[in-house]
Design a protein around this ligand. Structure first.
Ligand code: G4P
Length: 193
């Protein structure tokens, strides 16, 4: 097990319905030392890539991206989730559907902060069905920016997001891939790297 898998095994809580709660270290209380190690690992895995910007999505991606970028030393931009668009023309938009929350959000990024000169690393905490990532990819495409890679903390390997994104040809680096979980025993099983 790597450092993130060990932490999930120690502090993650398996809930009914294939939900993994990691709010004690990842997406509510945040262990920034852990984020730092995640940044280091992504830096290694994306070695040689010319990354000019990190793009994430509110809310939980922001903390991770901000710490991780210290290894990349590039600006972090986060996509806003918004129910209404009233600044059309000045922003890139994409519609993101959340299966977990059963709602739809418009995600927006100002045209000022993403352009065709950018080489982007996408970062997020979870990859489940991949809707959030597809929205971010759509925004990069609209901007003419190049997606150099995607860094995810926890991929739920039994949901379709990872396969979809890899099939699109992106370098997707998930630091922990959960293959299955048992809500009765609390066990989490990871994909072997
Ligand atoms: P997708 O973006 O990959 O399609 O994921 P999905 O719609 O299924 O998930 C919606 C939200 O739920 C996402 O957060 C995602 O990170 C989160 N999520 C999915 N599975 C789990 C899980 O097992 N445990 C936890 N803790 N979160 C999960 P979000 O709506 O973007 O919320 P946030 O970033 O504001 O927290």
């Amino acid at each position: 097990m790597n450092f993130l898998e060990e932490r999930i095994a120690k502090d993650g809580i398996v809930k009914e319905g294939n939900v993994l709660k990691v709010d004690s270290f990842l997406n509510h209380q945040m262990d920034t030392e852990l984020f730092n190690a995640m940044g280091e690992e992504w830096k290694k895995r994306f070695e040689g890539k010319n990354i000019t910007k990190i793009l994430t999505i509110e809310a939980s991606g922001i903390g991770i991206a901000c710490v991780a970028t210290q290894k990349f030393q590039v600006p972090v931009v986060f996509a806003n989730k918004s129910k209404s668009i009233n600044i059309e023309g000045e922003v890139y938009t994409a519609e993101v559907e959340s299966f977990t929350h059963k709602n739809k959000n418009q995600v927006i990024v100002s045209k000022k902060f993403l352009g065709e000169e950018d080489h982007v690393l996408l970062i997020d905490d979870f990859l489940a069905n991949g809707c959030a990532l597809q929205g971010l990819i759509q925004i990069c495409n609209a901007a003419g920016a190049t997606v150099e890679g995607i860094g995810i903390a926890i991929e739920k390997g039994f949901q379709k997001g990872g396969t979809t994104i890899r099939n699109l040809g992106y370098q997707l680096e998930s630091l922990a891939i959960v293959e299955s979980m048992n809500a009765e025993t609390g066990e989490v099983f990871f994909r072997e790297n």
